[in-house]
Design a protein around this ligand. Structure first.
Ligand SMILES: [Zn+2]
Length: 166
């Protein structure tokens, strides 16, 4: 299989994610119900359909498949850390009886060059990993536990955690 080449640009993905996060916040804080979320999410997907390409998002049922997908890219920097972060979210969710799906969105980075110390990496493809959690009767307590499962919760994890406390 050829390495997939993304068509989505970072700036479009970021704009889409900002709107998606606002929508998720409304759902998770109970301000809208899931059918309203689905309706608005469909609208959002349509709005960004020509810029955030659905085929750039890949889904995996098992962590092994997920990990294998990443090994075909030159994404060494931080990938192990990022994957174990997602794994922590997933393990907690499974422990609480929910089901999970691993995902990642590939995109064309604004700046393909990254410098860490004396190491210069050029990556024409970057990946945004994530985990979807499904299940009946999801509680905000459960969600908070899932958000805080990794040792290094992301800004978004912390942000949602605090919103759920409100
Ligand atoms: Zn996280």
């Amino acid at each position: 299989m050829d390495k997939p080449k993304p068509k989505t640009h970072e700036k479009d993905l970021c704009a889409f994610e900002r709107e998606r996060h606002d929508l998720e916040d409304l759902l998770f804080t109970g301000k809208i119900k899931s059918d309203e979320y689905e309706r608005r999410n469909d609208e959002l997907m349509k709005k960004y359909g020509e810029r955030v390409f659905p085929e750039d998002t890949h889904y995996f049922d098992t962590f092994a498949e997920y990990e294998a997908f990443f090994t075909q890219f030159n994404l060494k920097d931080g990938v192990n850390g990022a994957l174990s972060h997602e794994k922590s979210h997933a393990q907690k969710a499974l422990e609480l009886g929910y089901s999970v799906r691993y995902g990642c969105t590939l995109f064309i980075p604004k700046n393909p060059v990254s410098i860490q110390g004396s190491i210069v990496t050029v990556a024409e493809t970057r990946a945004r990993p994530f985990v979807n959690v499904f299940g009946e009767g999801m509680t905000s307590e459960g969600l908070r536990e899932i958000l805080m499962a990794p040792e290094d919760p992301s800004d978004r994890d912390n942000d949602m955690y605090h919103k759920l406390e409100e």
